[in-house]
Design a protein around this ligand. Structure first.
Ligand code: SF4
Length: 259
């Protein structure tokens, strides 16, 4: 199964080279619905994709992870999108017992004490719920773009997600620029997270995200106490070698987005 899907990702990359995201989504929905879903953190990218997907199929599936530490503004953006586009958001929560154990033994801010602790928190609040959300799916869609970070510089449109059983992972906005995403949101009069207007280019959990200064790298506001090549939460393990390839010294690229 893994071998055939790997071959499929390569074939699809060839077939959809230079095609717009709507074509990619249209194919994905006709091929896989209801076993394909968008993972949304309500970034501008995700909201643009929700609009594209619900244009094609009003019942297109969207899921989100409620880590328990999200900003109020993110919930507001989610509700605005739900109402405007009529989409049903499938929320997933972390395992209650694991969160209780973590907070009782290490307190509420253990993620600031070491990379290991930060990964532990992301694993409990994000990675494990993501695995549950993906179980049963044959493909998932993300709003990742290449120019968002050093860890995404080699991101392809189609990947084999080996970490989740070899299902297809689709990144339709890989080649879009931040300006294209902004224009799409503006032209469609879509809602977006108001923290973007307060200097937050990239938004994740509230205690791990801060505003950045003008000219500062957008991902500088995420886990700001860590090195750039560590700024992923485990949701997106690159099949394209992005993280390891660039960790040795390539300059972080500028861009914006969530997660
Ligand atoms: S981003 Fe921060 S609060 Fe959220 S899961 Fe990761 S470490 Fe925990």
């Amino acid at each position: 199964m893994l071998v055939s899907i790997t071959g499929l990702a390569d074939k699809l990359a060839e077939r959809f080279r230079g095609r717009p995201p709507e074509d990619v989504l249209s194919w994905a929905l006709s091929e896989y619905h209801p076993n394909v879903a968008l993972a949304s953190s309500f970034s501008r990218e995700d909201i643009a994709l929700i609009a594209m997907m619900t244009d094609i199929r009003p019942d297109a599936r969207v899921f989100a992870l409620d880590t328990g530490r999200l900003n109020e503004e993110t919930y507001e953006a989610s509700e605005a999108v739900r109402r405007k586009l009529g989409v049903r958001i499938e929320w997933h929560f972390p395992d209650r017992e694991q969160v209780e154990q973590l907070e009782r033994t290490k307190g509420l801010y253990s993620f600031r004490e070491s990379l290991e602790n930060r990964h532990e928190c992301c694993r409990i609040r994000k990675v494990e719920p993501l695995a549950r959300a993906l179980s049963g799916l044959r493909a998932w869609v993300t709003g990742q773009r290449r120019d968002q970070s050093v860890t995404r510089a080699a991101l392809p449109v189609f990947e084999t997600d080996e970490a989740h059983g070899g299902i297809l992972k689709i990144n339709p906005l890989t080649e879009w620029t931040e300006e294209q995403v902004r224009s799409f949101i503006l032209e469609r009069n879509l809602p977006y997270n108001r923290l973007h207007d307060a200097g937050y280019p990239s938004i994740g959990c509230a205690p791990c995200t801060r505003a950045v200064l003008p000219g500062e790298d957008p991902r500088a506001g995420r886990w700001w106490w860590e090195r750039p090549e560590h700024k992923e939460c485990g949701l997106h393990r690159p099949s394209h070698g992005g993280e390891s390839k660039n960790a040795s010294g390539a300059s972080p690229r500028r861009g914006k987005g969530n997660r």
